[in-house]
Design a binder for this molecule. Structure first.
Ligand code: PMV
Length: 322
């Protein structure tokens, strides 16, 4: 039996990953359309890997104890951790994973993918190795299957990326060289979304109205192409209009929510160039594109006034867009 060499507390290691923000293409990406996402690295998950003398265990805000007794909510990351240890020729013994996260759960900001990514990175470091990108994606996707059912792979790629990505299911993501920094306000509606249920509801609607749904998916694909062009050209106003139209299509496919609609309207009235939900929807977060930081602060205040439970200013930085 191969057991990792027991390490002293001083040898505790950390793995980290930030969240992600889908700019455009959520849901349509599951059906082969392109999408654009950026790492949302102002909020992070940290996985501390500590030596213990018991079975593999996990310590986080929902549960603390051996992985075999972990609640269903953690099954995805538990399976991801177990498979990572197996891949590293270890045994599920003598290791504790302590997870801390700034990311709200179930808000479309990639908390599950970021947790899995932080765990895989931490475990590789604990075993003195570095995961290749392909190995990291395969392991993170184990956990994503629990969250999504049939993940496109977009969340996993986005949380592991250092720049904006152009993503199509089954293809290698491409970096997008954006011309200028863009300031967004990301706001939490306070409603917990459920990716699995949202993806399922789209599938059900697709069965009952295939023509209309495919029309929306195609339009979302075209809008993603237009958004990519606008990002490369630094064309901020057209980008705002593209986000607004994408929001209309997301409402057409049934994944918006009256609270999101209300907040999106408030952001637009406060001067946002465009605003849309981000992630699987039916709750979760939205973002608004601001002309500059000053405008962004006004939009943030308006969103909080309109009932958002949290809101962050976030700049898609140039160094993120190489
Ligand atoms: O995990 P969320 O809520 O950010 O949504 C993931 C994006 C979807 O397109 C809805 C699903 C997928 O697998 O790409």
């Amino acid at each position: 039996m191969k057991v990792p060499v027991m390490k002293s507390a001083a040898q505790t290691v950390k793995g980290q990953a930030g969240g992600k923000l889908i700019l455009i293409g959520e849901h349509a990406v599951v059906y082969g359309q392109p999408a654009i996402a950026v790492p949302f690295d102002c909020l992070k998950v940290t996985a501390e890997i500590l030596p213990t003398d018991g079975p593999l265990s996990i310590d986080c805000r929902f549960y603390s104890g051996p992985v075999q007794d972990a609640p269903d909510l953690l099954k995805g990351i538990v399976q991801c951790a177990e498979e990572t240890i197996r891949k590293l020729d270890g045994e599920p013994f003598g290791i504790m994973i302590r997870l801390t996260s700034d990311l709200p759960l179930g808000r479309g900001l990639g908390s599950s993918a970021a947790a899995a990514c932080a765990i895989v990175r931490g475990l590789y470091r604990y075993f003195g190795k570095v995961a290749s990108h392909d190995a990291l994606m395969a392991l993170v996707n184990i956990s994503e299957v629990f969250a999504h059912g049939t993940p496109s792979g977009l969340d996993a790629e986005a949380v592991a990326s250092e720049h904006a990505i152009w993503f199509r299911k089954g293809e290698k993501p491409l970096p997008i060289p954006v011309a200028a920094p863009m300031t967004l306000v990301v706001a939490d509606s306070g409603l917990k979304g459920d990716t699995f249920e949202a993806v399922k509801s789209v599938k059900t609607r697709l069965q009952s109205a295939p023509e209309k749904m495919h029309q929306s998916f195609s339009r979302l694909g075209e809008l993603a192409e237009e958004a990519r062009r606008a990002l490369i050209d630094g064309a901020i106003e057209p980008l705002g209009r593209i986000f607004n139209e994408a929001q209309d299509e997301l409402a057409n496919i049934g994944v918006s929510h009256e609270r999101l609609d209300h907040l999106i309207k408030a952001a637009r009235e406060a001067g946002a160039l465009g605003a849309k939900l981000t992630g699987s929807g039916k709750g979760g977060c939205l973002f608004a594109l601001a002309r500059d930081v000053l405008e962004a602060k006004k939009i943030r205040a308006a969103l909080l006034e309109a009932g958002a439970c949290d809101a962050w200013l976030f700049t898609i930085r140039k160094d993120m867009l190489r």
